[in-house]
Design a protein around this ligand. Structure first.
Ligand SMILES: CC(C)(COP(=O)(O)OP(=O)(O)OC[C@H]1O[C@@H](n2cnc3c(N)ncnc32)[C@H](O)[C@@H]1OP(=O)(O)O)[C@@H](O)C(=O)NCCC(=O)NCCS
Length: 159
């Protein structure tokens, strides 16, 4: 897998990728921009960086969306808004590759990375812990699923 900043020519593969990931994600908390016109709009949004993981035929395997704080007071904070790998490529190190890429890319410009994850999403939580993220916040019973409730956890990592 090679990683590239999302570009206009990735539109179809990116939308296919998001659709595949959302079809079986543990919980859809923040949908990436797949409504008509929204894909183009992200290129005008200076707050958002999206990285796409592609195979050697330039088909999307995974992506990560990063939100930057542009105000001076909070410019050291970075949020990983979402990260996802297409089901057929999971457990092969792709998310690890994306996360390592993000950490390396922002380590000299940012000080803290945060993200949110639903408490039952153990694969994602294991991934974040592997990279040294620690739980730093919790909203109890934030989400309901299958008759049960789940906490919304915040994880943080100092760069
Ligand atoms: C969570 C997700 C991004 C992991 O992607 P991935 O490419 O399979 O992850 P990796 O192969 O890089 O694995 C990294 C770590 O994640 C954890 N992990 C991944 N798959 C796992 C599984 N099936 N069981 C347990 N832990 C798992 C492990 O800690 C693993 O490290 P290890 O291989 O050293 O044991 C992927 O399952 C996904 O896209 N899920 C749907 C979207 C989602 O939930 N995103 C997170 C929202 S907060």
């Amino acid at each position: 897998m090679h990683i590239a900043p999302l570009a206009v020519e990735h539109k179809k593969t990116f939308i296919d990728l998001i659709t595949a990931i959302e079809s079986d994600a543990f919980f859809i908390y923040t949908s990436p921009p797949i409504k008509p016109g929204a894909f183009e709009a992200i290129f005008q949004n200076n707050n958002i960086d999206i990285f796409i993981g592609l195979n050697d035929k330039n088909v999307g395997i995974g992506y990560a969306m990063v939100v930057k704080n542009l105000q001076k007071e909070s410019a050291h904070l970075l949020k990983i808004q979402s990260i996802g790998i297409t089901p057929s490529h999971r457990a092969q190190g792709c998310a690890s590759q994306l996360l390592a890429f993000i950490i390396e890319s922002y380590k000299n410009t940012h000080k803290i990375i945060t993200l949110e994850v639903i408490s039952g999403n153990t694969h994602a939580i294991n991934l974040y812990k592997k990279f040294g993220f620690t739980e730093c916040g919790k909203i109890k019973d934030a989400f309901k699923k299958d008759g049960g409730s789940h906490d919304l956890l915040t994880f943080c990592k100092t760069l």
